[in-house]
Design a protein around this ligand. Structure first.
Ligand code: AR6
Length: 211
């Protein structure tokens, strides 16, 4: 189990130089954001937060990879709660309990299947499933949420393009009054490549002045 206190914020990652000062700043520095955003490499099913987000499909019925791992760890009651939800449209999200997971809830978000011929639609669907998940968390008075890299596995969304979309929507959300209601937003990456990319891009969207 990975407790919140053991998950570094980006302020801590700047201090340990895991994040460095960006040459390109896409947004201004906001000190409070440095304590609100985290990056973690590991298994999202082990994270003890108010909600983990599942990279689900439209049926909301367990499949493989991160979805399968979440259902395996949560136990059969999760699937039983998902069945009557009647699926979810692409770009949407629905909340359930977390059952045997250390997380209290699962927000099942449906990312797009990537298509290089329709990038605009895919971008807006990806942004929408992150934004819907964040809003569901706030509407349920949750304070801490962890996201995997939705759509970048079997759904084929190029990780760098996806990460720009994701960090942009999360940064804009953090800048709103509603965004202040969340104490921590954790990006959970699985591979070394994805971690390196998040380390680079986080410093552009959530810049700091000092390491
Ligand atoms: N913890 C954190 N990240 C993980 C874990 C884990 N335990 N396991 C895999 N990843 P994917 P998608 C990463 O393919 O592209 C499902 O079957 C993985 O390395 O799970 O949105 C659904 O039912 C990748 O970076 O999700 C859908 O049918 C990321 O999680 C479909 O897959 C997402 O990979 C959704 O595809």
């Amino acid at each position: 189990m990975i407790a919140l206190k053991d998950i570094p914020t980006i302020r801590q990652l700047y201090r340990t130089s895991a994040l460095s000062i960006a040459k390109t700043r896409r947004y201004p520095l906001i000190e409070a954001h440095l304590d609100r955003i985290s990056l973690l490499q590991g298994d999202i099913t082990k994270v003890q937060v108010d909600a983990i987000v599942n990279a689900a499909n439209r049926s909301l019925l367990a499949s493989i990879l991160v979805d399968g791992a979440i259902h395996d760890a949560a136990g059969p009651k999760l699937l039983a709660e998902c069945r009557p939800l009647n699926g979810c449209e692409t770009g949407g999200a629905k909340i359930t309990k977390g059952y045997d997971l250390p997380a209290l809830h699962v927000i099942h978000a449906v990312g797009p299947i990537y298509d290089s011929n329709d990038v605009e639609t895919k971008e807006s669907q990806l942004a929408s499933c992150y934004l819907n998940s964040l809003e569901i968390a706030v509407n349920n008075s949750l304070k801490t949420i962890a996201f995997p890299c939705i759509s970048t596995g079997i759904y084929g969304y190029p990780i760098e393009d996806a990460t720009h979309v994701v960090l942009d929507v999360v940064r804009k959300f953090c800048d709103t009054e509603t965004g202040k209601e969340l104490d921590r937003i954790i990006f959970v990456v699985w591979s070394n490549t994805d971690r390196a990319l998040y380390e680079k891009l986080l410093s552009e969207y959530f810049p700091s002045d000092s390491e």
